[in-house]
Write a protein that binds this ligand. Structure first.
Ligand code: DON
Length: 307
């Protein structure tokens, strides 16, 4: 017998299948090949139970959803003071690929935009860390958050690196201001490898549920993040996770969330649940169109709005 929750989720997915608005990201050539009709959702509760429906086992690249979790790694590796001196915690009000620096300090405004995430990647592990160790740090941490070993999609990574002019430009600007240190192409490559880790919505829901519990992966029981880190990550997701749409999102949906250009989204409700969704067509702000609608529906039906 199927439990009532997956049936509800199937019904919610069916209600969205006709929505073909938006377009698959094509600035990363390999992403343009994605099957656009895919649709999946998973919820993992703080007690470690997962409910899933649709394309819940399809792997896609994590992309910008890596940013909050890499931020968590940097906070733990370097301490909040060091990380804050390089990357702020203010919403930028601009698109994810704008430079968006604070005028006086030249820090990127937050770790969710590309400028901030490139800087965060360069901080991982330690000052003189090997670039490969930084990539392995996120792969290993994300694997513990997901509860299974994750791997990199080398084809998507290579494809993004061929056209990474924008991120190279952002990183060169940050290097010129002394915010980012190290070799620029190496930092961009490491960050791009971080974005190319393959996940499913089940992985994303477990990763988000680990934030919800204050750092304890609810299925494995491992304390993966410390509680202060989990809180800081959720706070920044709430204010900046949806880029220039963050305010509207918090008012309308009320679930701290982060999107990625491959079509994934994560959301988290403290103490309650982590949510992962996947649908590749994106709206104009670069967020998954049907993913956003799925979150809206859950927020309404289950009164998930934080406020
Ligand atoms: O750096 C980039 O442009 C991509 N690797 C990730 C961007 C992204 O996912 C933006 N999110 N919606």
């Amino acid at each position: 017998m199927r439990s009532p929750v997956p049936d509800y989720l199937e019904e919610v997915l069916d209600g969205l299948r006709e929505d073909r608005a938006g377009a698959v990201a094509d600035y990363i050539p390999e992403l343009a090949a994605a099957e656009p009709d895919q649709l999946g959702i998973a919820l993992t509760t703080a007690l470690g139970r997962t409910y899933a429906a649709g394309d819940a086992d399809v792997e896609f690249t994590i992309q910008s959803i890596s940013k909050p979790f890499a931020y968590a790694a940097a906070l733990m590796d370097r301490g909040a003071g060091t990380v804050l001196s390089a990357v702020g915690v203010e919403p930028s009000g601009e698109a994810f690929n704008e430079l968006s620096l604070e005028q006086d300090t030249r820090r990127p405004k937050n770790p969710m935009i590309n400028a901030g995430a490139l800087t965060v990647h360069s901080l991982l592990v330690g000052e003189d860390a090997d670039p490969a160790a930084r990539v392995e740090r996120v792969r290993e941490l994300f694997s513990r958050l997901a509860g299974r070993e994750l791997r990199i999609d080398e084809a998507v990574c290579a494809s993004e690196l061929e056209t990474a002019h924008r991120n190279l430009a952002l990183a060169h600007m940050l290097r010129s201001y002394g915010i980012l240190t190290g070799d620029v192409p190496t930092v961009v490559e490491g960050y791009t490898r971080q974005c190319s880790l393959l996940v499913t919505v089940r992985d994303l829901s477990a990763m988000a549920a680990t934030l919800a519990t204050g750092g304890i992966q609810p299925v494995t029981g491992e304390q993966v993040l410390d509680a202060a880190t989990a809180r800081q990550v959720m706070a920044v997701m709430a204010s900046a996770g949806m880029y220039d749409g963050a305010g509207d999102w918090l008012v309308r949906v009320g679930i701290p969330a982060k999107s990625g250009v491959a079509g994934g989204m994560v959301g988290v409700l403290p103490d309650l649940v982590g949510i992962g969704t996947f649908s590749p067509r994106l709206d104009r702000q670069g967020n998954s169109r049907r993913g956003g609608r799925l979150f809206e529906r859950l927020s309404q039906d289950m009164d998930m709005h934080l406020f």
